[in-house]
Design a protein around this ligand. Sequence first.
Ligand code: NAD
Length: 264
Amino acid sequence: KGHLMRGKKGLVMGVANDRSIAWAIAQAVAAQGGEVAFTYQGEALGKRVRPLAESIGSTLVLPCDVSDDAAIDETFAVLEKEWGTLDFVVHAIGWADKKYLRGRYVDTPREAFLTSMDISCYSFTAVAARASALMKNGGSLLTLSYLGAERVMPHYNVMGVAKAALEASVRYMAADLGRDGIRVNAISAGPIKTLAASGIGDFRYILKWNQYNSPLERNVALEEVGGAGLYMLSDLSRGVTGEVHHVDSGYHVVGMKNPLAPDI
Ligand code: NAD
């Protein structure tokens, strides 16, 4: 067991099950001696998150629907009471009605747009405001994004627009919070088969496409995103803020289909 996170306490938001990116990051942090609290969305997921949390010695497991300011306030009130200070937060939360994760972006109704923007983008800002108030010794805030923020990906649609706003918010908050020693970064992960991903149209095709056409010629593993998360949350990345770090087998540098790849 390493000690990169020894003495650090933080919150991981967005574990739904053991395939969640949030869980991979939490495991990497715990393996390096970090102390982790968790939030979950609704009791059905709470039942899954509690045993996972227990398995890495976490005792703080709280409900928090991030569309509700009062729920976010309550979460950070509990953390303040239990811990006093906070060193890191992982925001691994995104949502859009899957009805709109197919077809044309241009057909997105206002309500679907606003909800996905609220959950997938604004919630990180709302969390950062509360978390930063507890980061008396500086800290690290981390969110998860996808290449669909920068380029057009089939079916990603309204989520791509929300992720673009999320990445912009990473830069603005990095500028706001830097003087307090608080860093704000995102990991742009390659496609991974999770609960959230299952809502995206043709996801199996997207996985294959990335596997064949990325420089590493494979998809990324959850543990690889976990490792990058550990880097962003630990002092190893203490000179890094405002960054969107791609953990995608290098897919984001590619401009054309790999001529050696088999047809899909
Ligand atoms: P996941 O389904 O395991 O996690 C998504 C989480 O968001 C769930 O825990 C869910 O409960 C939570 N959530 C949704 N609405 C919420 C709300 N109102 N309040 C609180 N929590 C809410 O899937 P994942 O793939 O691990 O997703 C984590 C993050 O990674 C998301 O931001 C996603 O967009 C991003 N991401 C995923 C991939 C991928 O291919 N899986 C790639 C790049 C980025």
